[in-house]
Each structure stands twice: as C-alpha cells, then as structure tokens.
Ligand binder design. Structure first.
Ligand code: NDP
Length: 250
C-alpha cells in the first residue's frame, strides 16, 4: 500500500467520525433499546456481533502478517493488546449475551465496513509504517498508553458484565444498573472503551490510533447521552448525581 493511499484511508476514518457524530445527533442507532421497524431485515444479535466484529480480528491479523516488521517485538506486543479487546468483543461478548435479541442487517454491514477499514489502517501502521525500535517499550507514551488501555478495558468489561446480570433468564426489560463505575455515569461500558482507544492512540503514537479513538468517541458519546436521557425519562428514581459519560461533567 502506498503512503498516499494509506493517508487517504486514515483521513477517511476521521471523515467517518464527523459523519457519524452528525448523523447520531439526529438518529438513534436502531439496535438494542432503540430497535424499531423501518431499518430492513434483522439477524440474530449474537450472529450480528460475531459477523460485524470478527473482521477486527481477522483483517487485523492478515494485514499485520503482511507487514515488513511483523516479527519485531513492539508490533507483537501491540498485536497482543489489540487482540485482548477484540477477541473479547468479537467472540466472548456474543457468546455471553442473551439469546433471542435481533439487530438490523444494515447496522451489521456498516459496522463490518468500518472494522475492515479500521483494522487495516491500525495493523498496517503497527506492523509496517510505525518502525518501532525495542526501546519504545520503555517510552513514557507507550507506558501511559498501556495503563490507560487496561484501565479502560477493565471498566468496559466489568460494566458489560453488570448490565448482563440485570436480567434473569428470559427477561427482556430494563433496570437501573448500580455499582462500579455506574456510580458516576450511565454508560461506563462506553466510557471505558473510549479511554481504551485513547490509550491505544498514545501507545502506538499513530494517526490511525487517534482516528480510531476519535471515531469511537463520535460513535459512543451521542449514544451515551441518549441512554442517559432515556433512563431519566423512564425511571423517576434514577440517581440524580449520575452523568451520561464523564463523571461530574457530561
Ligand atoms: P448497551 O449498553 O446499549 O447494551 C449492552 C447490553 O446490556 C445489551 O445486551 C443490552 O440489552 C443490555 N442492557 C443495557 N442496559 C440495560 C439495562 N438498564 N437493563 C438491562 N439490560 C441492559 O451497549 P451496546 O449494545 O450499544 O454496545 C455493547 C458493547 O459494544 C459496549 O461495550 C460498547 O462499548 C461496544 N461498542 C463499541 C462501539 C465502538 O464504536 N467502538 C460501537 C458500539 C458498541 P438490549 O440490547 O436489549 O438493549
């Protein structure tokens, strides 16, 4: 891939972040609690999650393996970081989710296309363009990025688990989540993921990592704000001090 093409793809990802945030100010992404008619055929939720997220594993590994530095130490450490998140997201999370939910095929298709793009630009940077020397592993940017990445991952996975435990077998309704980072915000699963990808951006010190962190924020912040308003409308006893996404601020 020429550097010109590569730069174009990263710019495209930044552009998609702008399109996404503008679209989500008007439209609630039609899955989960906002699922509604008029968005075409639907597929089982578990299948949808595996299909749309697995390119983030498969394409990343394929592009990584084609990189000129794929056997170097730093790229391999960064590969491990990426897989920590995406093996969970693409395979573990769908296996744990409740059966029966469905999601629009359109949502699956759009997420798949994004994941192919995002995995390509990030893997190509890490295994080829980044040119990391082994000393990068002790650079403060790498170390701070890894701390943020794992702090975000822990909050993210724990919050997913709290939400999952709100329902008994066969239940489909919604309850107020309590505990952990839900003390401060309505969507700590999203907050954790955003922190994670800013950690990745820092640890890779790359335009592709930054594009992904910005895109994740553009995608999840409007949904967190919608979730917060939705909870407050439905639950008169919803904790007043809780914010949508950023403790004490937003
Ligand atoms: P939600 O928080 O909307 O839902 C997560 C799961 O918990 C769903 O199964 C949902 O059920 C259930 N749930 C949520 N709230 C409640 C409640 N109050 N009571 C009972 N059950 C509840 O997350 P998303 O589905 O939007 O996303 C799932 C994960 O994927 C998140 O961790 C998110 O960070 C990640 N993600 C990342 C994106 C990115 O751009 N990087 C994009 C989208 C998601 P139901 O489906 O029935 O509502």
């Amino acid at each position: 891939m020429s550097i010109g093409w590569y730069g174009g793809l990263v710019a495209l990802e930044f552009g998609l972040a702008v399109v996404t945030v503008v679209a989500l100010l008007w439209i609630r992404a039609p899955y989960g609690r906002y699922q509604r008619g008029g968005w075409g055929p639907t597929v089982p939720g578990r299948v949808g999650w595996v299909v749309m997220e697995s390119p983030a594993v498969l394409v990343f590994v394929a592009v990584f393996a084609a990189g000129s530095r794929c056997a170097d130490l730093v790229p391999l450490v960064l590969l491990a970081l990426w897989l920590c998140h995406y093996v969970y997201r693409a395979f573990v999370y769908p296996a744990l989710m409740r059966p029966g939910a469905r999601m629009p095929l359109l949502v699956v298709a759009l997420a798949m296309v994004f994941n192919v793009l995002n995995a390509t630009v990030n893997a190509w940077w890490v295994a080829d363009l980044g040119g990391y020397a082994d000393g990068w592993l002790t650079d403060p940017r790498f170390l701070a990025g890894v701390v943020l990445f794992f702090a975000g991952l822990v909050v993210h996975v724990r919050s997913d688990s709290t939400l999952r435990r709100l329902r008994g077998p066969g239940e489909t309704g919604y309850r107020i989540p309590y505990g952990g980072a839900f003390r401060w915000v309505s969507s700590p699963n999203y907050a954790g993921e955003i922190v994670q990808w800013f950690g990745w951006a820092l640890a890779t010190w790359s335009p592709a990592g930054l594009a992904f962190a910005v895109y994740t924020t553009a995608n999840l912040a409007p949904r967190a704000i919608d979730h917060h308003a939705w909870y407050r409308e439905r639950f008169p006893d919803y904790p007043a001090e809780r914010r949508a996404l950023v403790p004490h601020l937003l």
